[in-house]
Design a protein around this ligand. Sequence first.
Ligand code: RFL
Ligand code: PHB
Length: 397
Amino acid sequence: MKTQVAIVGAGPAGLMLGHLLHNAGIDTVIVENKSRKYIEERVRAGVLEQGTVNAMIDSGVGDRLLKEGLQHDYIDLRFNGEPHRLNIKELSRGRSVWVYAQHEIVKDLVAARVGYDEPLYFEASDVSIHDIDTDKPSVRFIHEDKEQLIDCDFVAGCDGFHGISRGMIPEAELRVYDRQYPFAWLGVLADTPPASQDVIYAYHERGFALQSMRGPDISRLYVQCPVADTVEGWPDERFWREFHARLEISDGWHQQEGPIFQKGITGMRSFVCEPMQYGRLLLAGDSAHIVPPTGAKGLNMAIGDVQIMTRALTSYYQEGKRDFLDKYSDTCLKRVWQVQRFASMLCYNLHRFPEHNQFEHKMQLAELNNIAHSRQAMRAFAQSYTGLPVELFYDLE
Ligand code: RFL
Ligand code: PHB
């Protein structure tokens, strides 16, 4: 088969790219190695920046998000036994964040694609990418026991951190920046209303904790744990004990317990590969970069990348111009490093590091106090948390 852009991976990056290119009249084929059920149930991100929400609404897939998403104008930072409620909407001059689960976005985008009947192959095996350094790249895979070949103009590598795309860039051309953190997050979904409407980030001597939600009756809760821990080592009673200890402080706030129906442990890393393009291969999302989840940025970065890629490809196909395309990697990376800076700063200041002493603990508290009390620092925080608009990065030098 022939198409203009072959997209490897049907996560948020690949599906949103397919959708934006469809709206621009550019043909795509999406190839995904998991099943539709699997990707529509995979529990991951929850917090969407204003720019991600706008991208969903403006491109015609925001109806359910507008109905079911929860708009948040505040967040709560808890440390030193005190809550600090920040009005992020006012501080960022009108931008909010929204809580709407990543797998709901995936469902909305799959439904849109199935609706306009463009090719999306699930459960593809042996996916491989060829000839990206020529004008005629291709993607091969096996689907329902048949070998398939896609001849295309470009390959979009949207296949996440463990995908195959990044590895297609020759080693001599690829630079990798990587940091792994000495802790993980234990995350649960619990059948109980969240005690607060706000997302709460807590720094406590026992470690980080986070309260979020998935609608009015379901809580999404996390606690920092050692990297080597397993879910079996965290029976529900232990989770609740730790969660209460880290979040329940001077203001009498109390989270009602409820049945836990999902539990998982996520390692934390910061990772960037440069460049994000090589020949006719363009990378987007987790295939090119990972952030620790503290800033809630991974999915939002993926959506930013594919907006930049859409502009590059639209300008190439509709105006015959290569300048946006040639600068795709540079434009994305400016934004990626700014977001890495914010996510690393939050990750550093909100977690207990095994090797840290009391001096570092005091420094973390000083940083958090600065965010909670200096108007300038608060503004900068709110601007990054609600998301740096993609448009800012076209003109940055
Ligand atoms: P994905 O979602 O990993 O999708 C990649 C897709 O590619 C498929 N694939 C292949 N397909 C074909 N051939 C191959 N060889 C393939 N190899 C892989 C995979 O099956 C998959 O379907 O990457 P994408 O699209 O770049 O999206 C990135 C986001 O998923 C990720 O950054 C976020 O989930 C990160 N994240 C958060 N991001 C936020 O913006 N806000 C949050 O609140 C937030 N919270 C989180 C998070 C991630 C978490 N975990 C579990 C890692 C909370 C957690 C706990
Ligand atoms: C979530 O709701 O899953 C969530 C919220 C905030 C974060 C990360 C994840 O920083």
